[in-house]
Design a protein. Structure first.
Length: 253
């Protein structure tokens, strides 16, 4: 397949994602960009011979996620609805690529947060919770596909929508053409007060330098134990405080 054919296939797939599936953002990362990817996040975990990763996203309604900490979580319905739509979109795009273009594809969405002891014992306690396990890093796919950069809050920062974008990725054996990497001024280095760190109810965030994929570090033990032990019991899962207080999110409200 020549360059023009790759571009035509890539544009067709992105148009299908936007116009038919209704996603807000979509970007493509060719597999060559994963040369420094840690093995535990590599697309080969999902398919044996991946050629590209398509990452899509839906944006939260900003009015539904303001002051969305664990005590005032109006975003629960918004979050669940977006996650459901993202998973459906990922599955449908993988089938579309497979059926129209003849390339094996598979979707991966939400990380699996629950450790084996928790699954065995049921919904009793999650004090053994660890960092969420994923087949690939969806946020990494978004960055390598040109959708934004990783911030100190360890989230994707989109140049227009900030940190309130929820994502899904499709790994495919289709040799798709990649999108340009994002080029905008990330505010993390000059952010006053670092609200994603200071306003986190669990104090789970800290700055991490030197990592090519993220500027921040999350103590998942603190983050998810708080969300699980408090939010699930309250019926309000999904603290988004570190996303909504980000200046990029507030600037684009």
């Amino acid at each position: 397949m020549n360059v023009d054919e790759r571009k035509r296939m890539s544009e067709d797939i992105k148009k299908y994602a936007i116009n038919v599936l209704g996603v807000d953002v979509v970007g493509i990362a060719p597999i060559e960009r994963y040369v420094d990817c840690p093995p535990e996040f590599h697309p080969k975990r999902l398919l044996p011979n991946p050629k590209a990763v398509v990452t899509m996203g839906l944006v939260h309604n900003p009015d539904m996620v303001q002051d969305s900490n664990i005590y005032e979580c109006r975003s629960a319905i918004d979050s669940h609805a977006i996650d459901t739509e993202n998973l459906r979109a990922g599955y449908r795009l993988a089938r579309y690529i497979n059926r129209k273009w003849g390339y094996s594809s598979g979707a991966t969405g939400l990380p699996v947060h629950l450790p084996a002891p928790f699954l065995r014992e049921g919904l009793k306690d999650i004090k053994e919770a660890v960092k969420p396990s994923v087949f690939i890093s969806i946020k990494m796919g978004a960055v390598l596909g040109g959708l934004g950069k990783r911030g100190v809050n360890d989230l994707l920062i989109h140049p227009e929508h900030g940190a309130i974008v929820r994502l899904v990725s499709v790994v495919t054996e289709a040799p798709l053409a990649g999108d340009p990497l994002a080029d905008f001024n990330l505010l993390c280095d000059e952010c006053k007060g670092m609200p994603c760190i200071t306003e986190c109810p669990t104090k789970a965030l800290s700055v991490k330098k030197g990592d090519p994929y993220t500027m921040g570090s999350i103590d998942w033990q603190k983050c998810f134990n708080f969300i699980g032990n408090e939010a699930l019991m309250l019926g309000k899962p999904g603290c988004l405080q570190c996303a909504v207080v980000c200046p990029h999110s507030r600037a684009n409200k």
